[in-house]
Design a binder for this molecule. Structure first.
Ligand code: ATP
Ligand code: ZN
Length: 305
């Protein structure tokens, strides 16, 4: 995190765009900020419309059982967030209040609930697709949007703990998924150009945990599984990933069995739009007041206005 990032955060807070909560990376959003997020969502919907994706919306939590099956804990234990609840008796309750009153740790009095916080918007989709049985010919295409949680508290406004991810998810053959990813990469490049954002595409890897994680990250790069569109927001040397294009091969279809119409294991891939990061990039490049943004950019976000 750079001083420039902390400074930009301060500007956003002073302009009322982000509302601080006292927790790093956890913010309220103003009406203006939300109008940009809504504009982005609509613009993405228009871009995706010809594909006819099936729309699904999930809350920002998912089944603990499905989450544990996903393997997320292996790769990203440091980012994971779990929901725990109080299920005790009256004596436990007295102790809970006593501990809470004294500022003591009372986690022993809590039990894991059946849900965890969703780390990526596409995660709840794979088990659902699996439960539907064999894919129809041509596979499936699904559109999701959700708040996601990652425990990465930071003063960099681009690194939030709760942020929204809009995703399109392709489930089908390797060719279908790779075609989908390439199509979105090209679309994404043209789209950021219409938004007048200076973006570059690059090979990337996920932030896997620990020493073993370095190997996983290297494998992901070697196999070109992840691309990103990066936009400078508070640093030109380290631009921010605003869109991600992922190919999971058969990883998810092995965990939650998904088979293609011909019986082969399915491949999956997703394109993810970081809605807060895109908003922060637009505010950075075009100014904190969207009414003054270039007409072409406004036309892309709010074509009816
Ligand atoms: P990074 O490498 O910057 O941590 P990532 O590779 O982990 O990002 P993905 O898992 O691909 O990100 O998530 C999809 C999209 O969600 C990213 O392209 C980005 O726009 C957004 N995103 C990821 N992490 C955050 C965060 N902490 N705060 C805001 N947006 C985020
Ligand atoms: Zn995804």
């Amino acid at each position: 995190m750079t001083d420039a990032a902390a400074l930009y955060r301060q500007e956003l807070i002073e302009a009322g765009l982000l509302i601080p909560t006292g927790v790093d990376g956890l913010y309220g959003r103003s009406a203006v900020f939300e109008s940009v997020v809504e504009g982005l969502e609509r613009s993405i919907s228009r871009m995706a419309a010809p594909d006819g994706a099936e729309l699904m919306r999930f809350p920002p939590m998912m089944s603990r059982k499905d989450f544990l099956a996903s393997g997320y804990l292996k790769g990203f234990p440091h980012l994971f967030g779990s929901v725990h609840c109080f299920c005790g008796n009256e004596a436990d309750h007295r102790q809970l209040l006593e501990y809470a009153g004294e500022g003591k740790d009372f986690s022993d009095l809590l039990e894991p609930s059946g849900v965890v916080l969703t780390p990526a918007a596409c995660y709840p989709v794979y088990p659902v697709v699996s439960r539907r049985g064999t894919l129809p010919p041509g596979g499936r295409l699904i559109d999701v949007s959700a708040y996601c949680f990652r425990h990465e508290p930071s003063l960099d406004p681009c690194r939030m703990q709760l942020f929204r991810m809009r995703e399109n998810i392709r489930v089908g053959s390797a060719d279908e998924v790779l075609d989908f990813r390439e199509k979105w990469l090209q679309r994404g490049l043209k789209w950021v150009e219409r938004l007048a954002l200076p973006a570059v595409s690059d090979l990337a890897n996920d932030p896997f945990f620990g020493r073993g994680g370095k190997l996983m990250a290297a494998g992901q790069r070697d196999q070109q599984l992840k691309f990103e569109l990066l936009v400078p927001v508070t640093s030109t040397e380290k631009p921010t990933a605003c869109l991600s294009f992922n190919y999971h091969m058969t990883h998810f279809a092995e965990i939650w069995p998904i088979h293609q119409a011909d019986g082969e294991l399915a491949h999956t891939g997703c394109v993810g739009f970081g809605l807060e990061r895109l908003t922060l990039a637009l505010l950075r490049h075009h100014g904190l007041d969207p009414t003054t943004w270039p007409q072409t950019v406004r036309g892309e976000l709010w074509p009816d206005k």
